[in-house]
Design a protein around this ligand. Structure first.
Ligand SMILES: C[S@@+](CC[C@H](N)C(=O)[O-])C[C@H]1O[C@@H](n2cnc3c(N)ncnc32)[C@H](O)[C@@H]1O
Length: 235
């Protein structure tokens, strides 16, 4: 699959408010202290762990790993350009492991290996938080082909959730909801930059006509709720 480079490139997903609210959600799930060790798998531009690091000044810098190496990452985190499985096969322990909107990009076999490795890599009472798009009543603004691909992907996600529950067993489910309000023109730019995995394989002509559809379907200011499911596992 082509790489997902523009996910958090100047989008609501990298906005100060989103990162602040998301960090508050994480802090609510896991009490963070100066000696908390954090790993973010598929961290993208690592804004989440960078904000946490700025707030807590951890003794050990949080580790972010990703198969894409973005420029200008903050120095208060340790970024490793590596795939999740390769990294986790080295033994080390973390108090908090985040996998945000990344697990669906791996094969089912690798997801299973990943979950088992994460379980082993958690310290006593450590937490694993897995975030993924909410599958029911999802409000992500779409055009027809995008909707079709998103629905296929969300169906797959439901199977992923079942597999996660099967492997981790004792999990708690909650939701992270973020109110998005953005200019339609900015959303069209995101679509043209293929910000989400469903858009990666589309032909350029499909993206262009999709952008036209968005122009007709949505008002100048697009408002919706970006809802994520959070699966929490505690060791
Ligand atoms: C949708 S983005 C989410 C980024 C970030 N977690 C966030 O929510 O802002 C998914 C990220 O997972 C990364 N990724 C995909 N497969 C991976 C793997 N096997 N190991 C590490 N990172 C991976 C992608 O490169 C991408 O940056």
């Amino acid at each position: 699959m082509k790489n997902l480079k523009n996910w958090d490139d100047n989008t609501w997903l990298s906005s100060k408010k989103y990162i602040k609210d998301f960090c508050a959600f994480v802090e609510n799930k896991k009490k963070l202290k100066k000696d908390t060790k954090i790993l973010d798998i598929g961290c993208g531009r690592a804004r989440i762990i960078s904000r946490l690091a700025a707030k807590y000044n951890f003794k050990v810098r949080p580790t972010g790993i990703d198969i894409i190496k973005h420029k200008n990452l903050d120095n208060n985190i340790k970024f490793i350009n590596i795939s999740a499985l390769k990294f986790l096969k080295r033994t080390r322990k973390f108090d908090l492991i985040l996998i945000k909107q990344a697990i669906h990009l791996m094969s089912k076999k690798n997801q299973t290996i990943l979950l088992k490795l994460c379980k082993n890599s958690l310290s006593d009472k450590g937490k694993l938080l897995i975030f993924s798009l909410k599958t029911k009543n999802n409000q992500i603004p779409v055009f027809k082909l995008f909707k079709k691909k998103l629905n296929i992907s969300l169906k797959k996600d439901e199977k992923i959730f079942l597999n996660i529950k099967k492997i981790l067993k004792n999990v708690k489910i909650s939701n992270f909801d973020f109110k998005v309000s953005l200019k339609r023109s900015d959303y069209i730019k995101m679509i043209k930059k293929r910000y989400i995995s469903c858009l990666l394989k589309m032909k350029q002509s499909e993206i262009n006509s999709g952008a036209d559809e968005i122009k007709l379907k949505y008002k100048n200011q697009i408002k919706f709720i970006d809802s994520l499911i959070c699966i929490t596992f505690t060791k």
